[in-house]
Design a protein. Structure first.
Length: 85
């Protein structure tokens, strides 16, 4: 499974990813919207889980992941913020 952590901003995404079977990992910056659609579209035959904080500007992104049948975990931004050191 490919697990992607997404720091979503209105103008771009900063992602970190790990392939659980091989241990391969990396980071990447995706400009919205075309670059993100191309990146995620290229993964459509894979098992993918994306995690991100809730955002009111991400509806198009949530729809894209749903269309690709990717698993999406959305965290409560306020709860996440309390765990920062």
């Amino acid at each position: 499974m490919l697990i992607i952590g997404c720091d979503y901003h209105p103008g771009f995404q900063q992602i970190a990813f790990v392939e659980t079977e091989t241990g391969e990992f990396g980071e990447r910056r995706l400009s919205h919207r075309e670059e993100a659609e191309q990146f995620y579209g290229a993964l459509k035959e894979r098992s993918v889980r994306v995690g991100m904080e809730a955002s009111g500007h991400a509806r198009w992104f949530e729809r894209l992941l749903n269309e690709l049948r990717f698993e999406l975990w959305i965290g409560d931004a306020a709860a996440i913020r309390t765990k920062r050191v």
